[in-house]
Design a protein around this ligand. Structure first.
Ligand code: URA
Length: 236
């Protein structure tokens, strides 16, 4: 592949920045200084150094983040800290983005990547990828709610939601609260909160546990992230 493309995809800089960096004599290929970005290299064999540091070829990056509350699922925000701001400087790349959105007050599994095709596959309603949530609910969730969720129903604004799997984990009659797990295959705005609103209940805590085959790593503290393992990536 072309050297300038290699350097840009490896995160050294944009194509424009790479051009300038090459001009400044900062790049060597197999110990030879190179200024011409058009040079074709073998991205897996040739030894490319930028400012004396080895540049390893990796096109796509995948991080599993344990999203904390108070952080927005966006790449940029004028007011709030974003999930991308949680990345360490050495992992930051301009093309990383979160796959789907969790609300500011929702915790849990969020995949960060620069792989647009994978993101599309995970988010497209046509692909029926499970998203599993744990929630604490104000109100007593009933078997009737389980049936309503199982057959699909209309939200308060008449928007239709598809059948979903609701599992009651715990009912606390004294406090009038419930703990549940819910598996949906869509990703409408505030979907889980709005689904419970439609059955006259309120989500007071929400956490995403799973997206397709990818499960939240409970070893990861809130706000921490790690690259996906080879197995996780294969399964996705
Ligand atoms: N549903 C919600 O209501 N909020 C989220 O963050 C995710 C799903």
């Amino acid at each position: 592949m072309r050297l300038d493309k290699f350097l840009a995809e490896a995160g050294v800089g944009s194509r424009k920045e790479v051009k300038l960096l090459l001009k400044k004599n900062l790049v060597t290929v197999n110990e030879q200084p190179v200024k011409d970005g058009k040079l074709h290299i073998d991205e897996y064999q040739d030894i490319v150094l930028f400012a004396g540091e080895r540049v390893i070829y990796q096109k796509f990056y995948y991080y599993l983040l344990h999203k904390p509350q108070g952080v927005v699922s966006a790449t940029e925000d004028a007011r709030d800290q974003t999930v991308i701001d949680l990345l360490k400087e050495e992992d930051y790349r301009t093309d990383l983005f979160p796959v789907g959105r969790l609300d500011k007050d929702t915790e849990g599994l969020l995949l960060l990547t620069n792989d647009g095709q994978l993101a599309h596959r995970l988010l497209s309603p046509k692909k029926h990828v499970d998203k599993e949530y744990f929630a604490e609910i104000e109100g007593l969730v009933t078997e009737e709610d389980v049936q309503i969720f199982a057959s699909g129903f209309a939200l308060t604004n008449d928007e239709q939601v598809k059948p979903s799997k609701l599992l009651i984990d715990e009912i606390n009659e004294a406090n009038q609260t419930s703990k549940i797990r819910l598996v949906i295959q869509e990703g409408k705005f505030h979907q889980v909160k709005r689904m419970f609103e439609a059955v006259d209940k309120r989500v007071v805590y929400l956490k995403r546990l799973r997206m397709g085959s990818l499960v939240l790593d409970e070893q990861l503290p809130l706000g921490a992230y790690r690259p996906l393992t080879e197995t996780e990536l294969q399964e996705l």
